[in-house]
Design a protein around this ligand. Structure first.
Ligand SMILES: [Zn+2]
Length: 228
């Protein structure tokens, strides 16, 4: 393993001797320390209280560009950056879409349909491409020319995600993580770089107590009904 372990806030610990704890280890730690069987509420409370000395954080080296040869290389490298949230595994699809990014808000229905068809054509012409059938992580770089009016990234994303439905993913409800960036430049070229991968975000195998246990400390919930 080339990952270097480190305790959280435990300066002075010997990094070589640290044992990283998994979610299963946390449950076992509770059981061994208290003599009780694992239970989510009590276990969470105990682990939170004793959390400081546990080795559940680790450092891992990340390859990051220090400089780019040109803007297209910057766009390409940024679009292929590993997602730190989803812990993705293969297959990972990195695809340049040579189409001008369009805003969902400003296209009429005929143009929306044409945009979807163009995206469908691009993916269908990709050899060895199969539809993702589980949760996915999508990362998009919109390369936009400053010579055109600026479009907001949420509307650019909406048009693209809408076009991926039934082609790349079952429906956009399967997108559990979306990373979007707009790279503006003074030239004319406009295109989209997309990275799609499986996401294990919601498998929660790294969580000891698989439920939300949150104390709001008396903070009231904001209800829109109260603001109508
Ligand atoms: Zn992700």
């Amino acid at each position: 393993m080339d990952e270097q372990a480190a305790g959280w806030g435990d300066a002075g610990l010997n990094l070589e001797e640290i044992q990283l704890l998994s979610a299963q280890d946390l449950r076992k730690l509770y059981e061994d320390s208290t003599g009780l069987s694992w239970e989510e509420e009590l276990g969470s409370a105990w682990l939170n209280k004793n959390h400081g000395s546990f080795n559940i954080f680790y450092k891992r080296p990340i390859l990051t560009a220090s400089a780019y040869v040109n803007l297209s290389q910057k766009a390409s490298i940024l679009s292929q950056t590993h997602c730190q949230i989803c812990n993705s595994s293969a297959p990972i699809v990195n695809l340049p879409l040579r189409i001008k990014p369009e805003s969902y808000q400003y296209l009429n229905s005929a143009k929306k349909k044409a945009f979807r068809s163009a995206i469908r054509h691009r993916f269908k012409s990709q050899m060895s491409f199969e539809k993702f059938n589980g949760d996915v992580c999508i990362s998009v770089i919109f390369v936009c020319s400053l010579s055109r009016p600026k479009k907001d990234v949420d509307n650019l994303s909406k048009m693209l995600l809408d076009s991926l439905k039934n082609i790349v993913i079952e429906d956009d409800g399967r997108v559990v993580h979306l990373s979007v960036a707009r790279l503006d430049h003074s030239g004319d070229e406009e295109y989209i770089l997309i990275r799609i991968a499986n996401s294990s975000l919601n498998d929660n195998s790294n969580v000891a107590a698989n439920k939300m246990i949150h104390s709001w400390g008396g903070m009231p919930e904001l209800k829109i009904e109260d603001y109508l």
